[in-house]
Design a protein around this ligand. Structure first.
Ligand code: AMP
Length: 145
């Protein structure tokens, strides 16, 4: 069995390098295409009581989060020595939808995530890894962190 397209779900935590190195190794071994994806979750801040901050927010994702994410993803790829990988920053309602949507659309056959990142230290498996595992159309490699 050989993988054709490895999708590395990248956050910018300290462990991203370790997870990325594993993704790179697997992709190299299988001579597979390698893509990096970072999901910017839709901002939906509510202060409760029905009052939403949305009128002042529309610029934020484009101007700040997206630009910074693209730069950070490029730097991560550079550190990993995989400048030729495809870099995707996507906006989605959730991490799961962003990662799985891209995996389906681009026919990834292996998704590589860290077992934990920022959101799941107390859990057996981080929330993103868990969510991805439950809906994935392909294999998932959870790199032990
Ligand atoms: P966490 O859900 O924070 O425990 O993260 C576990 C793993 O999910 C990380 O090691 C990454 O591989 C992936 N991940 C977390 N946040 C993102 C994100 N914004 N975009 C893409 N992948 C992510």
């Amino acid at each position: 069995m050989s993988y054709q397209h490895v999708l590395f779900a990248a956050d910018f935590s300290d462990e991203a390098l370790k997870v990325g190195e594993r993704a790179r190794e697997v992709a190299q071994k299988h001579e597979a295409r390698l893509s990096l994806i970072h999901v910017v979750e839709n901002i939906n801040i509510s202060l409760g009581g029905g009052y939403e901050l949305l009128p002042v927010l529309p610029e934020l994702p484009d101007e700040t989060l997206f630009r910074e994410s693209r730069v950070a993803l490029g730097e991560l790829a550079q550190k990993l020595g995989i400048e030729n990988a495809e870099l995707w920053v996507v906006n989605a309602p959730s991490m799961k939808e962003g990662i799985l949507g891209a995996a389906k659309e681009h026919k990834a056959d292996l998704i590589v995530v860290g077992s934990h990142g920022r959101h799941g230290l107390a859990l057996l498996l981080g929330s993103t890894a868990n969510a991805v595992l439950h809906g994935a159309p392909c294999d998932v490699l959870a790199v032990r962190i």
